[in-house]
Design a protein around this ligand. Structure first.
Ligand code: GDP
Ligand code: IMO
Ligand code: MG
Length: 430
């Protein structure tokens, strides 16, 4: 059976932990969207692994990892990540395949992103990760200025592409800010030629590869990066990332048909977080002694990629009900339940109020979302530390009731509950 793991909130739902957990049942793991804007931490027997551009499923020895055509690759960072994992004792290079169709991030993408964010007012700033993701996808869709992995493999083609592109990028950057960085064609050709040499043994027609492996009975696990509320089409536009982080990205970003999937697992935190700008209806902006800060402290809610504090708030069932539908989720994993221990009362947003109008569905754009006020339902909390629970019935009755209520409001069964970062701290719902 092929599976997909997808985040149903604004990213960092602990998808990495679920991917690692399911990795044991699959032969191949695939990333299909985003790039090194993602940051996943997986903990196995006390040892933490951090992944960004590489598929998290790699932490399981024996699986093959595929970076699909929908991913945007910054080659120096990829090499750094590979080396870091290999130094940590994980063999990576001999089981990694990179799509020859994947688009390549160049340093002018990062410069463009820096200038655009700096020029935006505080309210309009997206709060991106600074990795050059948005400008690279813009070039992909624009077609004229794009560079793909296949272009790096042939030095004449690379030199001719960059000879055309770089002067145009320099002119565009200078028009944004006269003090913008300027890039040299020769230096970039030399640098990216070397990246091409590194990528040559990894470059693969991954679409053909995945179909051939599936025909031989191999089981494939697809891992979406980011969260569905950051999806370019279905998220809180324009405060989103530049790819389809819902299951919509799987077909375009890997060339594999979504109808072949047996399981689509939606991952949610037991509360909500968001890093970067944009409206967040259930945000707890309640000061240094408040519940928002308590969740941040106990849940260690700081971005893996940028170290920024994540904004924290109550569970939003309007948002997750919507994203569960958009993704066709048939199983939910509820993560970080332990972080809520010790609170007297827990709140779940069951609908929004926009003026006189009730909304049960997540709105199309950020301006409407900013006008939405959450309507809450309250539930009693629990006092016990639950990080040692290993079975569903070990959980306090109020914790089980909270999980059941979220499942009922979302209208999807919850099969996994996580009570700590380690692979072992996972319960199957009975
Ligand atoms: P991802 O981007 O969706 O893979 O999530 P991240 O790795 O960015 O963030 C999730 C964080 O929560 C990581 O540091 C995990 O180690 C940690 N984590 C995962 N599950 C749990 C859990 O059940 N409880 C706690 N306290 N931490 C968890
Ligand atoms: P994982 O895979 C959380 C956010 C950024 C910013 C917006 C756009 O770890 O869940 P970008 O650099 O993509 O153009 O930034 O998206 N963002 C994430 N937030 N988790 C992520 O990935 C994210 N990837 C991007 O903070 O608000
Ligand atoms: Mg993350």
């Amino acid at each position: 059976m092929h599976s997909c793991v997808v985040g149903l909130q604004w990213g960092d739902e602990a998808k990495g932990k679920i991917v690692d957990l399911l990795g044991g049942d699959h032969d191949i793991v695939v990333r299909f969207n985003g790039g090194a804007n993602a940051g996943h931490t997986v903990v196995v027997e006390g040892k933490a692994y951090k992944l960004s551009l590489l598929p998290t499923g790699l932490v399981r020895g024996g699986v093959t990892a595929v970076i699909g055509n929908g991913v945007v690759i910054y080659p120096p960072r990829m090499a750094e990540e590979v080396e870091g994992l290999e130094r940590g004792g994980l063999k990576v290079l001999d089981r990694l395949k990179v799509s020859d169709r994947a688009h390549v991030i160049l340093p002018y993408h990062q410069e463009e992103e820096r200038l655009r964010e700096a020029a935006a007012s505080l309210a309009d700033r997206i709060g991106t990760t600074g990795r050059g993701i948005g400008p690279c996808y813009a070039d992909k869709v624009g077609r004229h200025l794009a560079v793909r992995v296949a272009d790096l493999l042939d030095v004449d083609r690379l030199a001719s592409r960059l000879g055309e592109i770089v002067p145009r990028k320099n002119a565009m950057l200078a028009s944004m800010d006269p003090s913008a960085r300027r890039f040299s064609v020769d230096e970039l050709v030399a640098e990216y030629r070397a990246h091409g040499d590194y990528l040559r043994p990894l470059a693969t027609d991954t679409v053909e590869y995945l179909h051939a492996q599936a025909a031989q009975g191999k089981r494939i696990l697809f891992e979406a990066a980011q969260g569905s509320l950051l999806d370019i089409d279905h998220g809180s536009y324009p405060f989103v990332t530049s790819s389809n982080s819902t299951i919509a990205g799987l077909t375009s970003g890997s060339g594999f048909p979504a109808r072949s999937l047996g399981r689509v697992i939606g991952v949610v935190k037991a509360y909500t977080t968001r890093v970067g700008g944009g409206p967040f209806p259930t945000e707890l902006d309640d000061g240094p002694e408040g519940i928002g800060e308590r969740i941040r402290r106990i849940g260690r809610e700081y971005g893996t990629v940028t170290g920024r504090p994540r904004r924290c708030g109550w569970f939003d069932a309007v948002a997750t009900r919507t994203t569960a539908r958009v993704n066709g989720v048939n199983s939910v994993a509820l993560m970080l339940l332990d972080v809520l221990s010790g609170l007297d009362e827990l709140k779940i947003a069951t609908s929004y109020r926009e003026g006189d109008r009730r909304r049960d569905w997540f709105p199309a754009d950020a301006a409407t979302l900013a006008k939405c006020l959450p309507s809450y339902e309250s539930m009693p909390g629990w006092r016990e530390d639950i990080t040692g629970c290993r079975k569903w019935n070990d959980l306090p009755a109020n914790a089980r009731a909270y999980v059941r209520r979220i499942s009922a409001i979302m209208g999807v069964p919850i099969h996994h509950v996580s009570v700590g970062p380690d692979r072992a701290q996972t319960l199957l719902v009975e």
